[in-house]
Design a protein around this ligand. Structure first.
Ligand code: SF4
Ligand code: SF4
Ligand code: SF4
Ligand code: ZN
Length: 533
C-alpha cells in the first residue's frame, strides 16, 4: 500500500510510522508495491509520449503505465505510440542528450519521511545476513554475493558488506555476454570505484551467443537454452574454485515472478552441494529497494534512469515491450543485429511472414525445433545373439576413441583393445552397494553398433536408457558447456577442446546422465517430438 503525505509532498510506505513525526494529511495513492522515482531522462521520454512537459516535475511510477504527478494518478499509455513507431522519430534527440542524475538530494525529503520504516527493514535484513553466516561459518562457508549489475543485487551487495562490516566480500559477476553496455560500465567503473577492495570475479564463457542462435534459434520464453549455457554453467564453475563452500547472497525477491514467489529465504540445495543460497531482501517490494537506494545514495546502473524496470540480457524473450522500445531508442545497433538474426531464422525456417514474426514478437513464444533442421534423436536397440540379455545399441555417428568419455559416469572402465574389437568392462556399485562388474561393452571403431552385455541382477531397461542418453551426447554435443555444471564434483569439462570427464573426480553418481531431456540440451531444443509453431 502506498500513501501520500500532502504536507511533506512525498510517498509514504508506512503510515503509522510517519504519523509519529508529522501531522500532515495522508491519503492512499496505490494498492500496489511499485513506487519508483522517475529520473530526468525517462521524464523526457514520457513528455514525448504524453505530449505534456514533465521535465521539471517530480514523477513516481506506480506500475501498469500509471504515474503519480502533481497530486494525481495519471495514466501514460505508450503501447500505441510505440506500435506506431513514434519512438523512432525522437530516438536521436533522446540518445544524443542523455542526462543522468548523480545527485539524489531532490529525494532526501522522501528518505526523511520514511526513515524509520527503511531503517527497520535494513535492521531486519542485516540481522538475517549475520545470523545466516554465523550458522554456516563453522562448516567452512564463505560469504559471497551473486552480482548482476541490476538494482536488487546492488542493494544486497551493500547490505551484506554493511552487515558483515567487511568491504572485501567476494562478488561473482555472472556475465551472460548479453548485458547492456551500461551494465558493463556500471560494474567495471562505478561499482569498482565505490568498492575498490571487492574481489569481483567475472564468469567467462567461450560460447558466442549469436553463433549458438544459428543452431538453437533465438531463445524464446519456452526455449531458454541460453540461461543454462550462459548463466548456470559459467557461475557454477567459478564457485568450484573457492577455497571453501559458498554462502551466496542473492537479490531475488518474491514479487518478481510467480516462480520466485515460492522460494524459501535460505536454500540449502543438497547435501553434496557446496553452495547455500541466501536471499536477504526476498520480501522487499520495489519501493523498499528504491527507498534503500535513495537512503544509501547508492550509485546504480544508468539503464534505470532511461526507464528500464529490470536490467538483464538486452535481447531476452522475457523483456517487455517497454524494454524493447527503450533498447530500440538507446541501442539501435544492438537491436538491428537482433532483428537481422530473427529475420534470418524466420527465412531459414520457412516462416510465411517474417515481418509479422519479428514485429508481433512471435519468436518470443516459439516452442521446440520450430522449423529448424530437426534431428532424429531416437537411438535404436535390438536383441543381440551373444546372450539372452545382450542388446545392440545402434547410434548415428561412427565410433571413435572419444566415445569412452561418455561411458565414464556409468562406472570404472577397464578397456582392452584387441584387433577384432574393443572390450570395455564397467565396474560400479550396484543397488546393494556391492562393487562388481556390472556390464560389458563391445564395439569396433568406425562402426555404429555397440554391444551391451549386462551381468546378472542389472536393471537392463534403465542401463540401456542411460547408455542412450550418453550416446546422444556423443552424437550431438556442440560443447555448449551446459553439462559442465551438471556435475557436483566438477568432473566434466567441455570447454577445453573436447567433452572430457576426469575419472579421478567422477564418483559415478550419474547426476549428469539424464539431467537434460534425453541427455543433451541439443536434443531438447532440436528434437522433433515437441510441438512446433
Ligand atoms: S536472454 Fe533471457 S533466457 Fe537467455 S540467458 Fe538471458 S535471461 Fe536467460
Ligand atoms: S552434451 Fe549437449 S548439453 Fe552437454 S555440453 Fe554437449 S551440447 Fe551441451
Ligand atoms: S555427475 Fe560427475 S561425478 Fe556424477 S557421474 Fe557425472 S561426471 Fe561422474
Ligand atoms: Zn508528512
Amino acid at each position: 500500500m502506498i500513501y501520500w503525505c500532502h504536507k511533506c509532498n512525498v510517498p509514504i510506505f508506512d503510515k503509522d510510522m510517519h504519523k509519529c513525526s508529522c501531522d500532515g494529511r495522508i491519503t492512499k495513492i496505490s494498492e500496489g508495491s511499485i513506487c519508483n522515482p522517475v529520473f530526468k531522462q525517462e521524464r523526457k521520454l514520457l513528455s514525448k509520449i504524453a505530449g505534456i512537459d514533465y521535465t521539471g516535475k517530480t514523477l513516481w511510477y506506480l506500475g501498469a503505465a500509471k504515474y503519480f504527478v502533481d497530486g494525481h494518478v495519471v495514466k501514460i499509455p505508450y503501447r500505441d505510440w510505440y506500435k506506431q513507431k513514434k519512438h523512432i522519430l525522437c530516438a536521436d534527440d533522446l540518445r544524443n542528450d542523455i542526462e543522468i542524475e548523480r545527485d539524489y538530494s531532490p529525494y532526501y525529503s522522501v528518505v526523511e519521511a520514511n526513515e524509520a520504516y527503511i531503517k527497520s527493514k535494513v535492521f531486519e535484513a542485516e540481522q538475517y545476513i549475520t545470523n545466516t553466516l554465523a550458522k554456516y561459518k563453522p562448516d567452512n562457508y564463505i560469504p559471497t554475493v551473486s552480482f548482476s549489475g541490476g538494482k536488487d543485487s546492488s542493494v544486497v551487495s551493500r547490505l551484506v558488506m554493511d552487515a558483515l562490516q567487511d568491504n572485501s566480500v567476494i562478488h561473482f559477476f555472472g556475465d551472460t555476454t548479453l548485458e547492456f553496455p551500461e551494465t558493463y560500465s556500471y560494474v567495471q567503473e562505478k561499482f569498482r570505484r565505490e568498492n575498490p577492495r571487492v574481489p569481483l570475479i567475472p564468469s567467462e564463457t567461450e560460447n558466442d551467443f549469436f553463433k549458438l542462435c544459428k543452431v538453437f534459434g533465438p531463445p524464446s520464453q519456452h526455449e531458454r537454452w541460453c540461461c543454462t549455457i550462459f548463466k548456470t554453467s559459467n557461475l557454477n564453475k567459478e564457485y568450484d574454485n573457492l577455497p571453501g563452500n559458498s554462502l551466496t547472497f542473492l537479490g531475488i525477491r518474491h514479487s518478481e515472478s510467480l516462480a520466485r514467489s515460492r522460494y524459501e529465504r535460505t536454500q540449502v540445495k543438497s547435501k553434496i552441494s557446496s553452495q547455500i543460497n541466501a536471499m536477504p531482501i526476498i520480501e522487499w517490494t520495489d519501493y523498499d529497494v528504491w527507498l534503500y537506494i535513495l537512503y544509501k545514495n547508492l550509485p546504480i546502473n544508468d539503464c534505470y534512469q532511461y526507464g528500464y524496470k529490470r536490467v538483464g540480457c538486452w535481447c531476452c524473450p522475457n523483456n517487455s515491450d517497454w524494454s524493447m522500445m527503450l533498447t530500440e531508442i538507446y541501442h539501435p545497433n544492438h537491436m538491428q543485429r537482433w532483428k537481422d538474426m530473427v529475420y534470418d531464422f524466420a527465412y531459414r525456417t520457412g516462416k510465411t511472414d517474417p515481418d509479422d514474426y519479428y514485429e508481433e514478437g512471435r519468436w518470443k513464444t516459439r516452442r521446440g525445433a520450430s522449423g529448424l533442421q530437426v534431428k532424429n534423436i531416437s537411438i535404436a536397440d535390438t536383441p543381440c545373439n551373444l546372450s539372452d540379455t545382450a542388446r545392440n545399441v545402434i547410434i548415428g555417428k561412427k565410433i571413435s576413441k572419444d566415445i569412452l568419455e561418455f561411458f565414464k559416469p556409468l562406472g570404472d572402465l577397464k578397456v582392452i583393445e584387441k584387433t577384432d574389437m574393443t572390450y570395455v568392462s564397467v565396474y560400479d556399485k550396484d543397488k546393494s552397494e556391492e562393487y562388481r562388474k556390472c556390464f560389458e561393452l563391445r564395439f569396433k571403431y568406425g562402426t555404429t553398433v555397440i554391444k551391451v552385455l549386462p551381468e546378472e541382477r542389472i536393471d537392463i531397461p534403465n542401463l540401456i536408457n542411460r547408455i542412450k542418453c550418453q550416446m546422444r551426447k556423443y552424437q550431438f554435443c556442440i560443447r555448449c558447456s551446459a553439462c559442465d555444471s551438471t556435475c557436483p564434483h566438477g568432473a566434466i569439462d567441455t570447454i577445453h577442446g573436447k567433452y572430457h570427464i576426469d575419472e579421478t573426480r567422477c564418483v559415478h553418481c550419474k547426476h549428469c546422465v539424464a539431467k537434460f531431456y534425453n541427455g543433451c540440451i541439443m536434443c531438447d531444443v532440436l528434437s522433433s517430438k515437441k510441438g512446433t509453431q
